[in-house]
Design a protein around this ligand. Structure first.
Ligand SMILES: *Cc1c(COP(=O)(O)O)cnc(C)c1O
Length: 223
């Protein structure tokens, strides 16, 4: 079942787009099933769950933190995290910088941009993100590699809303990439698209899709 889902999904994802298999709520046995098919990028949205699974799974897995990250929990993932998608404040960046120094690592991050018309979503406004790079504030964080942007569209049936939100973050991404390529050479990733909207995300230049339920089936808990 999972292998069938995965196979048909992989046919829909272009080669230059990375699949992040979102494994929240799923046990290590299930994760290993997908690992066997060659998937190496996995995403979790809660630190507690991530650090309980990580030691039980192969060390070549690239773990992606995709959910809201509390500052007091950065220390638990700093030693091994591959990419943090969900940087939603400068104060969080400061903590990530500190923990990266402690671990003698460069930690890769995406800045989460608020594009949805929903109340609950975290992130910077598009204008804040542009100003962040324009004012060279990223230069302050010498143990952080700024790799791109992440966003979540409104959860809606209305395709026009989804497309306009992806269009907004895609334009912002291109502008930052073009305008600040000298000071930010690795800014190349646009993490947009989940099970319900990844096809539109790919149309708008997604380089990373974060997909859970299309691979593993519906989750029983909501987070
Ligand atoms: C759960 C989650 C996903 C995956 O959601 P699905 O609809 O199951 O594909 C993607 N991104 C984030 C931030 C998530 O929390």
């Amino acid at each position: 079942m999972i292998s069938e889902n995965l196979k048909s999904l992989l046919l829909e994802i272009p080669e230059n787009v990375t699949l992040i298999a979102v494994t929240k709520t799923h046990p290590v046995e299930t994760i290993l099933e997908v690992y066997k098919y060659g998937i190496r990028n996995f995403g979790e949205s809660r630190v507690q769950e991530l650090i309980s699974k990580q030691p039980l799974l192969p060390p070549d897995i690239r773990w992606n933190m995709i959910g809201h990250l509390q500052k007091n929990k950065v220390k638990y993932i700093a030693p091994f995290i591959h990419l943090i998608h969900s940087i939603d404040s400068e104060s969080l960046l400061e903590v990530v910088q500190k923990e990266a120094v402690k671990n003698n690592r460069i930690i890769s991050v995406l800045l989460q941009v608020y594009i949805a018309k929903e109340e609950e979503k975290f992130g910077f406004s598009p204008e804040e993100v542009y100003q962040f790079f324009k004012n060279y504030r990223h230069k302050k964080y010498n143990h952080i590699n700024f790799k791109g942007l992440m966003g979540m569209a409104t959860y809606t049936e209305d395709v026009n809303i989804i497309k306009s939100e992806f269009n907004l973050i895609s334009d912002l991404f291109q502008n930052i990439k073009t305008d600040f390529s000298n000071s930010c050479p690795d800014f190349k990733e646009l993490s947009i698209g989940m099970s319900s909207d990844y096809k539109y995300a790919i149309e708008y230049g997604s380089t990373m899709v974060r997909i859970g339920s299309l691979i593993f089936g519906e989750r029983y808990s909501t987070k």
